[in-house]
Design a binder for this molecule. Structure first.
Ligand SMILES: CC(C)(COP(=O)(O)OP(=O)(O)OC[C@H]1O[C@@H](n2cnc3c(N)ncnc32)[C@H](O)[C@@H]1OP(=O)(O)O)[C@@H](O)C(=O)NCCC(=O)NCCS
Length: 135
């Protein structure tokens, strides 16, 4: 299957944050730092299963504007390459724009620079290895 129709929505409780954490661990992302300030989005399949998610922070100040940072993004290995990761990131971008955030940054791992570029990010040449998207 080339795509899977998922609903993207905010992670609301500990169980949903734990699901994101679990998928991150399945994909061997180890540096997860769940804290009170972290927010999350989940991708839910038509069967109601959480198949991916992102953890992010909002509120860093840079050049007088509020910026967000993606901490961890993962799609369940059984459902990768079905546009779920892109759907999650593009939904996050729309949410951040509506909230008045000026910029979102991340440090791509696992050679995912092309993935982030396909979502509109560009390398921050002044601060490698950061990638960023200004709104
Ligand atoms: C990286 C990840 C989130 C991408 O999610 P996905 O649902 O598999 O990717 P998508 O189907 O949305 O791909 C969107 C685009 O990115 C490209 N892409 C996907 N995974 C990629 C990867 N690992 N490296 C480079 N490009 C990738 C796709 O080819 C696609 O390109 P296109 O739009 O030109 O067709 C997923 O592969 C994953 O969970 N990987 C393990 C965890 C990880 O490495 N996370 C990195 C961020 S912290």
């Amino acid at each position: 299957m080339n795509s899977l129709s998922v609903e993207i929505k905010p992670a609301r409780d500990e169980t949903e944050f734990s699901s994101i954490e679990h998928i991150c661990q399945l994909t061997r992302i180890s540096s997860i730092s769940l804290s009170e300030r972290i927010k999350g989005l989940i991708a839910v399949s038509p069967e109601g299963i959480i198949v991916g998610g992102v953890l992010y922070y909002v509120g860093f100040q840079h050049n007088g504007q509020i910026i967000a940072a993606i901490d961890a993004l993962a799609v369940h290995p059984a459902h990768q390459k079905k546009k779920i990761g892109k759907n999650i990131v593009l939904t996050l971008i729309e949410i951040l724009k509506i909230q008045g955030t000026g910029e979102v940054t991340t440090v791509p791992i696992n050679h995912t620079e092309p993935f982030y570029e396909s979502c509109g990010f560009q390398p921050d040449n002044e601060h490698p290895p950061i990638y960023m998207l200004e709104f």
